[in-house]
Each structure stands twice: as C-alpha cells, then as structure tokens.
Design a protein around this ligand. Structure first.
Ligand code: PAF
Length: 290
C-alpha cells in the first residue's frame, strides 16, 4: 500500500502534483491517452492496475477479464507513468470490506442506465475508487469519458465527500471506424467486430436528431434505435438522451446533452456515449406550449 505514497515521495519535489490513473489493466490507447494527459498536467504519475471483483456481477466476465501485467507496466512507463501500483486482492483488502460507497439513492445517478443493467456495479466502482483516492491523497485523478456514467458517479462522490482530488475527464479514443477503444473489444469475433461500430453510428444518428432540433427525448431515442433495428447481432439495452450532470432524461431536448447507448454483441457488452448540443436553449419555452 505504501507503493502509492511513493508516487509522491519518489518525486523530485515532495509536494509534487500527483496524477492518478486508475485502471483494471489490459491497457489500450484509451488508457495511454489518460497517462499522457496525466504526465502533461502533473509531475508524478501513478497508474493503478487492479481488476476489482466488487464491480463484477455474478455471471459477468471477472474470470476471463484480460490480464497482462508485464505488458501493462511496459506501455504505461513508455506513456509517462512513474509508478505502476498493481496489488493482489489480499493486499487491497486483507479482509473483505465492510464499507460500501453508494452514489445515488433509489433511481439516482448510480442506479440508472448501467446501474440498472448491472446491479451493484457502481457500488463496486465507487468503493474501490474511494479507496484508491484515499491511498493516493491529494491528487489529480484521470478517467475516460468512454465510461461517462462512471465519470459522473466519481465526480459526485468526490464532491459529496470533499475528497482533495481534481477529477479530470478525458475524451474517448476511437478506432478509425468509430468503435470506442475498450478492453472488452478483445472478446469480439471477426463478425461481431465488423458490426460493432453500429453503436457509434446510432449515437451519431441521435446527435443529428438533437442538432436538427428534435424536442422530444423519445424522438432522439427512436433515431438511435432505428440504426440498430435491422442488425440482428446487436441486442440493445438502452439508447437515451440525458442531462450530462445527473444523467436523467429531460422533459424536452434543450441545451447541452449526452447521448448514451449500451448493448450486447453475442456475449460481449459494449457501451458508448457522445455529447450533443441542441439548438434550443435550455430554459426555452416548448413551441407547443402557450
Ligand atoms: O474504468 C475502470 O477501469 C474501472 O472501473 C476503475 C475506475 C479502474 C475502477 O475499478
């Protein structure tokens, strides 16, 4: 556990700005962009590699989650990490934690969308992230926008618990065909990989609907689901237009928004999101209202 302190103590300046990049390993270009951003903004970059059992539900992919620590250490160092903290489970939790961090009450931030699809997932994420932030102390912590709801949950827990942490959200990195980089892409068969970018295409269709002035969230959702409707390999879990802060669905489409989509391709679950700006101002009156 002292290893994370080394990110601070091993730095040339003991008051160095620490950049924390929490990961579950299997590092790809998305993670490397977080590490590079951390290296540009802070003086001592610590990458954590820990496949957190608390955030996997029964029947999820904990056992087969890709692991290659030697490669992770090499690519993280090359991207600018000064330290890789990769504890075993027994080191992280000498005994199972009796404390759970939960963000959002019934139907709240951590319970909707991914929280509804994967009960207990965000409690697992919030608990491990709170622990990692506690170990790191005052720091900048870097998370990808790819997991947009996770980012919102972490921002909220940092604010609610007054943790001495600046959360930095970093843009999603995509393949040239639009598919967001994800460790889970490794599970896709060649056939599934070929249709995987349809999720991004659905989000683009939703963005077009928002930019074209759609007023009703259902119309935006319909524009997204239509893209995947004819694609039988895709089983869509949800496609939605939401407020970017609490991820609730607005009454009317207006202002700055986020499009969320998630679904399954065979046994693999993929999620993605995009920002979208409506031409209608947030507080503007509904055109059909008197
Ligand atoms: O995004 C991830 O890789 C994980 O959810 C995180 C933030 C490292 C917590 O285990």
């Amino acid at each position: 556990m002292a290893a994370l302190d080394a990110a601070r103590l091993g730095a040339p300046d003991p008051l160095a700005a620490v950049g924390l990049v929490p990961t579950m390993g299997a590092l790809h270009g998305g993670h490397l962009s977080l590490i590079r951003r951390a290296a540009a903004m802070t003086t001592s970059v610590a990458v954590t590699v820990y496949v957190n059992p608390l955030q996997f539900g029964p029947g999820e992919d904990l056992a087969r989650y890709p692991r290659d620590l030697e490669r992770d250490v090499a690519v993280a160092s090359e991207a600018g990490a000064h330290l890789v903290f990769a504890p075993e489970m027994e080191e992280m939790w000498p005994e199972p934690p009796a404390t759970t961090v939960s963000v959002g009450g019934v139907g709240g931030l951590g319970r909707r969308w991914e929280g509804a699809q994967r009960p207990g997932h965000f409690e697992g994420v919030a608990t491990i992230v709170t622990k990692l932030l506690g170990l790191a102390g005052r720091c900048h912590a870097f998370f990808g926008e790819k997991d947009f709801q996770q980012l919102a949950v972490i921002r909220r827990l940092v604010a609610d618990l007054s943790l001495p942490v600046a959360v930095v959200g970093c843009p999603t990195v995509r393949h040239p065909d639009g598919l967001a980089l994800s460790s889970r892409n490794a599970y896709l068969s060649a056939d599934e990989r070929a249709v995987a970018p349809r999720l991004y295409a659905a989000l683009l269709a939703g963005r077009r609907a928002v930019e074209d002035g759609a007023r009703h969230p259902g119309d935006v959702e319909q524009a997204m689901t239509a893209v995947l409707a004819g694609e039988e390999r895709w089983a869509l879990d949800y496609a939605a237009v939401v407020r970017p802060d609490d991820l609730s669905v607005p009454d009317t489409v207006a202002g700055e928004l986020r499009l969320l989509a998630a679904g399954r391709l065979g046994p693999t679950r993929l999620i993605d999101n995009l920002p979208a700006a409506s031409p209608h101002p947030e507080a503007g009156p509904h055109p059909e209202e008197p």
